[in-house]
Design a protein around this ligand. Structure first.
Ligand code: G4P
Length: 530
């Protein structure tokens, strides 16, 4: 029904280890799309390392990340929705959730540093989701690793198959340009200058003398050798394999010099998938179904503490989302409608009347939404594949002001609904434990509880290693809970969670309790599909 709207949209995210060049690449893409006019308009949403205790920095970052959460722009008749992901590793879970709302990703790798820690983790999540991925190797203007070594390293370390679509001629000071294997042209590099069409030389036959003229005989011969090898090994790009997440096209360039970016974008609009369907607990939803469905993948608190309302980010999965129309909030079994939904076209927030599959809509929320909530035209189902992962750091929440107990309870509930952290409550008690993936989140929570809810708290570190959701026959679970009382908690939905002190304890419990299943993500009720 909405085939044309679906075919003209691409929704994706850029992921990278901090400093590889994600912000710079984003900015260049927006420049191509005409969404911004000048370089420097996109602010980095990084929290600088030294600023971990600087709360102004956290606030600044929150401001930026609202403004740049979704950037929509048009390029060659394609409406592109670029979803931003946080730069700091302590917010990795936010990134994982954003990845549930995109249909493909671009991974940026620094040619000097190669594969880094965050690169590995992010690619792992993309692999779980089988997201099609394009790789952009950045900073070719610096002396980095040799391209063949880089390709090798990326393939081995990330366990992915690459398919080079462009190939560099030298690097660093000697960097001369990239040869486009896709349309057989040469893009000549001039330092500190924006690449434009005049720098592109069509070289239909790589043996043509023109190549020697442009880059010198030695480099021309080297390129011929490289290209022969590459074509022999890789052949044509298998688009189906890319769409299945089995092969990743790779481009080389320098984002800051706007070099190699156009090739990336041109290929992206040609090969990247249009909005794809999503799995629910009942059935698979196709994007071209008539009826509207969508899910919440991100919640952002209002920056103004006097207003408690929040912005919930909805990914439209099928049908048409319309303003002032009642939809079913399936978890609450309640009809809801929105008078001011907004889109993020050209980075201006504007109220929209309707949105289509692949689009992201900002909804004002007064506390009705949790991450993963589903909206439909009445069908009772829940989108799946938006799991919560086991946190890595655990601390007990201690109330510093008994007069403010209510505010603290409300605050911690709302903050954990946003996905800032996970809240576990002692089974049969009232002890509250907060689990996060990074230390920085505890600082954010403490600060925001005080600023927004007037509640002062402390955190006492606890020596837990992992949280596992437990399921099994009632008798076995009841017994386990009785014996392990001090380690058994409940998550916000009342599911039982076992907190293990160490890997050894976890393994021992698994061996001693063969009837009980231990799950590392919250999504154990339904199989993870996408
Ligand atoms: P991130 O969002 O992935 O964290 O990276 P970001 O784009 O902020 O880039 C990190 C640093 O790398 C920036 O320098 C940026 O200018 C630089 N950079 C990006 N692309 C290239 C490139 O192609 N070549 C080179 N040589 N550098 C590049 P910075 O000093 O941290 O910030 P700035 O003061 O230059 O903005």
């Amino acid at each position: 029904m909405y085939e044309q709207q679906i075919a003209s949209r691409k929704t994706f995210a850029i992921i990278s280890h901090p400093d590889a060049g994600k912000t710079t690449l984003t900015e260049k893409l927006l420049l191509f799309g005409g969404a911004i006019q000048v370089a420097g308009a996109v602010k980095s949403n990084k929290i600088k390392k030294h600023a971990t205790s600087d709360f102004m920095e956290i606030e600044r970052q929150r401001g930026i990340s609202v403004a740049t959460s979704v950037m929509s722009f048009e390029y060659r008749d394609t409406l592109i929705n670029l979803l931003d992901t946080p730069g700091h590793k302590d917010f990795a879970e936010d990134t994982y959730r954003t990845l549930t709302a995109v249909d493909s990703v671009i991974l940026v790798i620094d040619a000097v540093n190669g594969v880094e820690e965050q690169t590995r983790k992010l690619v792992e999540v993309c692999r779980m989701r089988k997201a099609p991925m394009i790789v952009f190797v950045n900073k070719l203007d610096r002396d980095g690793k040799y391209p063949f070594d880089l390709v090798d390293e990326i393939e081995k370390e990330l366990k992915i198959n690459l398919h080079p679509l462009s190939w560099p001629i030298n690097m660093g000071k000697e960097f001369k340009g990239v040869y486009n294997l896709f349309d057989k042209s040469l893009n000549l590099f001039t330092a500190r200058e924006k690449a434009n069409d005049e720098n592109t030389v069509p070289i239909p036959d790589i043996n043509d003398k023109l190549l020697d003229e442009k880059v010198g005989e030695r480099d021309a011969n080297q390129l011929r050798e490289d290209v022969e090898l590459l074509e022999g090994v890789y052949g044509e790009l298998d688009k189906e394999a890319y769409l299945k997440g089995d092969v990743c096209p790779v481009f080389f360039g320098s984002a800051v010099n706007n070099f190699g970016v156009k090739e990336l974008l041109d290929t992206f609009v040609q090969v990247a998938p249009s909005p794809l369907g999503r799995a629910t607990d009942k059935r698979f939803v196709e994007p071209n179904e008539n009826k509207f469905t969508g899910f919440i993948f991100k919640i952002h608190a209002n920056l103004d503490p006097r207003h408690r309302d929040r912005i919930a980010f909805l990914r439209v999965c099928s049908g048409k989302f319309s303003r002032n129309t009642y939809f079913k909030h399936t978890r609450l079994e309640k009809d809801v409608r929105f008078s001011n939904p907004y889109s993020f076209l050209a980075r201006e927030k504007e109220v929209i009347d309707d949105a289509y599959p692949g689009d992201v809509v900002g909804l004002f929320d007064t506390g009705n939404f949790k991450i993963g909530d589903t909206l439909t035209e009445g069908e009772m189902m829940q989108f799946t594949g938006i799991p919560t992962f086991s946190p890595e750091i655990f601390k007990e929440l201690v109330n510093k002001d008994p007069m403010k107990t209510k505010q603290l309870e409300k605050g911690i509930r709302q903050l954990t609904d946003e996905g800032v952290a996970q809240l576990f409550t002692q089974h049969g008690g009232n002890r509250k434990i907060i689990g996060c993936v990074g230390e920085l989140q505890f600082e954010v929570i403490q600060y925001r509880l005080l600023q927004e809810y007037g509640a002062a708290c402390n955190f006492v570190p606890l020596a837990f290693y992992k949280a596992c959701w437990i399921t099994g026959p009632k008798e076995a679970v009841d017994n386990f809970v009785r014996f392990k009382q001090s380690n058994v908690m409940e998550d916000k939905d009342g599911n039982l969670v076992y907190l293990a002190q160490s890997e050894w304890f976890l393994n021992t419990e698994r061996t001693n309790n063969p009837d009980i299943e231990f799950h590392f993500t919250s999504e154990f009720k339904t199989k993870m599909t996408s």
